[in-house]
Design a protein around this ligand. Structure first.
Ligand SMILES: [Zn+2]
Length: 158
C-alpha cells in the first residue's frame, strides 16, 4: 500500500563520531598512531596503547569497509552499550570482523535479515548502514556487516 502520509525522518547516527553513514561510502572512523601505525577503533586520541610506543599523536582514519568474519555469536540477550539493539529487543547475530587492511577485529551486528545460520567464519563481509531504531522525529543509524556478494539493496524491515 502506498503511504502518502509518511513523514521523512531525520537520519542521525546512533553513536556520534563512530562512523560515517554516507550511503555511497560508509566507513568506520578510527585513529592510527603516527609512530607505530597501530589502528584504533573506537578512536584512541590520548595515549598509544602499544606498550613499546609512547606516542600521543594520532591521525583520523576511515577504516576498511570490507573484511572477513573472525567469529560470530547469536545475541539472545540485550547487550550492553554501545551495542544498542533497539526496543523491543530482537535477537540478532553479533559478528567480529577482521578488517581487510588493518587486520584488527571490529564488532557489529549482522545486516538485517541475516542470522547465524547465514554466516560462517572466513566469510567476506562489507560494511552497510542500517536503521537501528526510530523515534517520532529521527531514524537512528548504525553500521552492520553484510555477507559480501549478497544483494546491494539491504533487506529492510517491513
Ligand atoms: Zn603507537
Amino acid at each position: 500500500m502506498l503511504c502518502l502520509m509518511e513523514i521523512a525522518k531525520n537520519a542521525v547516527v546512533a553513536i556520534e563520531g563512530w562512523f560515517d553513514p554516507s550511503p555511497s561510502n560508509p566507513a568506520l572512523l578510527g585513529t592510527q598512531c603516527t609512530e607505530c601505525s597501530t589502528f584504533y577503533f573506537p578512536r584512541e586520541e590520548l595515549f598509544c596503547k602499544n606498550p613499546r610506543c609512547s606516542s600521543t599523536s594520532f591521525d583520523q582514519v576511515r577504516l576498511s569497509s570490507r573484511g572477513t568474519i573472525w567469529s560470530f555469536t547469536d545475541a539472545q540477550y540485550q547487550p550492553p552499550p554501545p551495542y544498542v539493539s533497539g526496543d523491543p529487543f530482537e535477537p540478532f547475530a553479533l559478528v567480529a570482523v577482521e578488517l581487510e587492511r588493518e587486520k584488527m577485529v571490529v564488532m557489529g551486528q549482522a545486516a538485517h535479515g541475516y542470522q547465524v545460520d547465514d554466516l560462517s567464519v572466513g566469510m567476506a563481509v562489507e560494511l552497510v548502514v542500517e536503521t537501528l531504531y526510530e523515534d517520532e522525529n529521527n531514524s537512528y543509524l548504525i553500521w552492520r556487516w553484510k555477507p559480501d556478494g549478497a544483494s546491494k539493496t539491504s533487506k529492510q524491515a517491513p
